[in-house]
Design a protein around this ligand. Structure first.
Ligand code: 5RP
Length: 236
């Protein structure tokens, strides 16, 4: 079994949820790529709202019809990956730097389905560094406030400015990302409130209460998870 097989399986299973006539939010990342590929083979009459430039480029190449978030009243179904899936389907997202658009699309959706392989399922959020998107202006000042806000939540960390291939990462919306290695986020609601209160923080990667469904690719097939039936799937 290749490492891509569980991602491909959840992408294809999730594509089965999409029906003609729907407005569909398309996630970002390596798992969402399988969803986009599967959808493109089905020739459905759908319009898609991509959560990143990367997803838009792929979807367009594969012939999916795209629309803008501002041109739709509501999105019927959004399907997207995650970096960590904790109890109650609380998520960390943003490993692919698309957290801001992802959250805008998720919050505009009637139904959101998270797709991931089993390695993403955790007992406690926080081993994956929490992405925090900030405006570039004054970002080191904002960083000090982020560090203080997290310390007030009992999290001592020195968030790192995200870089890739030696260059600072700029998001699709022109912002920067700091990744905060939190270790364990025992009270995600407090962390969310602390980060949201800081001017200069545009968004963070905690997705709390935004989905009731996850499809998890395991060695044995695709498992469905609801908020109440958390299972330890970390061994795949
Ligand atoms: C992008 C995201 C992705 O959904 C997350 O990083 C998961 O990606 P992958 O499917 O490649 O593991 O939040 O901002």
């Amino acid at each position: 079994m290749s490492v891509d097989d569980p991602k491909r399986a959840v992408g294809e299973t999730a594509a089965d949820l999409v029906q003609s006539g729907m407005i569909v939010g398309l996630g970002t990342g390596t798992t969402a790529v399988w969803l986009v590929r599967a959808l493109a083979t089905r020739h459905l009459d759908i319009r898609c709202v991509p959560t990143s430039q990367a997803t838009a480029v792929l979807a367009r190449e594969l012939g999916l019809a795209l629309t803008d978030l501002d041109d739709v009243r509501e999105i019927d179904l959004t399907i997207d990956g995650a970096d960590e899936i904790g109890p109650d389907l609380a998520l960390i997202k943003g490993g692919g730097a698309a957290l801001l658009r992802e959250k805008l699309v998720w919050e505009a959706s009637r139904r959101c389905v998270c797709i991931a392989d089993a390695s993403k399922v955790v007992q406690t959020l926080g081993a994956f560094p929490l992405p925090i998107e900030v405006v570039a202006f004054g970002h080191t000042t904002t960083l000090r406030r982020i560090t203080g806000g997290l310390a007030d939540c009992g999290i001592l960390t020195a968030p790192r400015l995200r870089q890739k291939d030696g260059a600072v990462v700029i998001t699709d919306s022109g912002n920067l990302i700091y990744d905060a290695s939190c270790g364990a986020i025992l009270d995600p609601v407090s962390v969310e409130a602390a980060l949201k209160s800081i001017t200069g923080v545009v968004e963070h990667g905690l997705f709390l209460g935004l989905t009731k469904e996850a499809l998890i690719g395991t060695r044995l097939g695709v498992e469905r998870l609801g908020p109440r039936d958390f299972k330890d799937l970390s061994n795949g």
